[in-house]
Design a protein around this ligand. Structure first.
Ligand code: BMA
Length: 328
């Protein structure tokens, strides 16, 4: 399928892919072999989920959230030939850091990975007197250089843009509290140097039904001729607790805090057993998306029920068209 909407990214002919099932009317569909990573892939893992992958040297690399059987939250490096079968390092990533106070490990979860120029930047929810956004970079997924935390606590879901905007690095995040935050809107920030973050702008608020309690940015935004395609999660509070679904928005290319369109319906919600049953039931939580700019194929990685890692697929042009046609 050729894409009418221009995707400003690289070719990725080996993107993991499965065609849309015959008769499927959804804009996003699941991989038939989900979950791709079981909870016990590592000898001491309780769960492997909410993880981030990127193309790397013709294959794939990633940073994985692995909670262990002591229920400590850690991030691990992983490599894959095909983006589906993963080898994950049994030990957590130990980062180099010039400042021992910042480098001291407490907990790490929900990583994102963003390639900017020749570095892969990792942003994650980092324990420093409560959750905030930890930052690091690597070139080889072996040695990681930890930077200053981006924000004061409390914050979650730090998601970088893949290029500078207005001459600065740019990042989305979701200020939060110290617990299972019952609120949350998405904000935009810029930095000249990946250390000092400012120019904070409000992006969008929780609203409606499936995204009424809180929202948070998911994968690295995808640059298209129609705007930045942002996939995000939204949370509804049911009488049985939180329900995490996935939606999408289009943001202005040069002023990304301006939301052009945003889906009223979700594009993926918990309905398969591996999304509805696990350590936290009824959660689909996206943290990464691969895109092939030539075909418009998109492969999204998401956590199922805070337990396993799953894949879903879409075409970028169908998704952009869907966001515009089904906007709030
Ligand atoms: C959020 C984060 C995610 C998790 C989700 C559902 O607050 O902690 O890691 O997937 O809750 O439990």
């Amino acid at each position: 399928m050729s894409s009418k909407i221009e995707i400003r990214g690289d070719s990725l002919p080996n993107i993991p892919w499965e065609d849309k099932p015959r008769g499927c009317k959804d804009v996003m569909w699941r991989y038939s072999q989900n979950p791709i990573i079981p909870r016990d892939l590592l000898p001491a893992s309780n769960s492997i989920f909410n993880s981030a992958v990127v193309p790397f040297e013709g294959t794939f690399a990633g940073v994985f959230r692995c909670d262990d059987t002591a229920r400590d939250m850690k991030i691990h490096s992983g490599r894959s030939e095909d983006g589906i079968n993963w080898q994950i390092e049994p030990d957590r990533i130990e980062m180099l850091c010039d400042d021992p106070e910042i480098g001291q490990f407490d907990y790490a979860y929900d990583p994102r990975v963003c390639k900017i120029e020749d570095r892969y930047y990792v942003s994650w929810c980092n324990g420093y007197h409560g959750p905030t956004i930890g930052m690091a970079w690597t070139k080889d997924f072996k040695t990681y250089h930890q930077l200053e935390n981006a924000y004061l606590p409390f914050n979650r879901n730090g998601v970088l843009f893949p290029r500078k905007i207005n001459g600065n690095y740019a990042m989305l995040s979701r200020p939060s509290d110290n617990g299972h935050t019952p609120f949350g809107d998405i904000f935009y920030s810029e930095s000249p140097d990946m250390t000092f973050w400012g120019k904070h702008r409000f992006l969008m608020a929780s609203c409606g039904s499936w995204q009424k309690t809180k929202i948070g940015p998911g994968p690295i935004p995808i640059e298209t001729s129609e705007g930045w395609l942002l996939i995000y999660h939204g949370v509804l509070t049911s009488c049985n607790g939180f329900v995490y679904s996935v939606g999408a928005a289009l943001l202005d290319l040069e002023q990304p805090w301006k939301v052009l369109y945003r889906t009223k319906p979700y594009i993926l919600n918990p309905r398969k057993d591996y999304e509805c049953v696990g350590d936290v039931p009824n959660v689909v939580f996206p943290c990464a998306a691969l895109v092939d700019a030539d075909t418009g194929r998109l492969a999204m990685y998401y956590g199922g029920a805070d337990t396993v890692t799953c894949l879903a697929f879409a075409y970028v042009d169908e998704l952009v068209t869907f966001v515009k046609a089904n906007s709030l």
